[in-house]
Design a protein around this ligand. Sequence first.
Ligand SMILES: [Zn+2]
Length: 346
Amino acid sequence: MSADTSIFESINSIKKEIETFSITDAESLEQFRIKFIGSKGIIKNLFSQIKDISPERKKEFGQTVNAVKQLAEQKFADKQSVNSSNSKKQKTDIDLSAPGVPTALGSRHPLSIVRNQIIDIFGRIGFTISEGPEIESDWNNFSALNMPEHHPARDMQDTFFVQQDPDMVLRTHTSSVQVRVMENTKPPIRTISPGRVFRNETISARAHCIFHQVEGLYIDEKVSFADLKQTLYYFVQELFGNDIEIRFRPSYFPFTEPSAEMDITCLICKGEGCPVCKKTGWVEILGCGMVDPNVLDNCKIDSSKYTGFAFGMGIERITMLKYRIDDIRLFFENDVRFLRQFSSAI
Ligand SMILES: [Zn+2]
């Protein structure tokens, strides 16, 4: 085999290599350029080998190498234009009329949803909203409500004392707000007090040291237990539905006389009896009663002229019943997987 033949054969293999070289992006295009048509590329090198070719084949060699050079330059030019039109296409692919990426909206906390519903329901029958501080005097939280020092009912509402003498506590109920309202308002009074309350409880699935209440108070002349019953009956039907029944069980609270616990038809079994209602068909939802005359007198309201009723409910308890949540701790853990379930319930 002559030297010429071997050079011609290597040109053929270079030609094949050019044809099969895969150019997919700007980077491989540049690699192609450097390898074949760059100043130190294969084709430049081929031209320099013309001196080794026998005179009679020099012309043929020149034509062959030129053809390979053209092939490489053509492929480069073709791919370059495809590549640049691709990048241009990417730029012009932006659809300026497309809607923007939506910002993710949070959801209301389930306790806020239910609190707002409760406020709305009582607002429709004329109850105003009263608010007060979370740190309260002993008088407003206990003594004015017929719970003097050493009264055993204080044990049920063990709380956190933040100061002694005079005693200041984290309020155990929003009845303290009602004391403030009664001391500063002339009847008729018709108000609800939603808010956060605190008790020294061991945290479990059913109890927490923080929870929320809505307490209600109605004071006027000739207010009777019938008014209390009808108001609360209206409330549970608005909140849970028209097929809900209520019943009252006698109970004891220091600040009401008589006092009662109110049950509603079990939402799960509709009164048939199930494990949630312990087969009774009823679930407890709130405490209520006629305001004790002593409490009225403590708050400078004439108990010989005025009567009133009061009720109090835990927003957590209502929310757990309404949404069938079985662990109170979920409300305070801020687990977004739990909270997201209420995103459409705003
Ligand atoms: Zn049941």
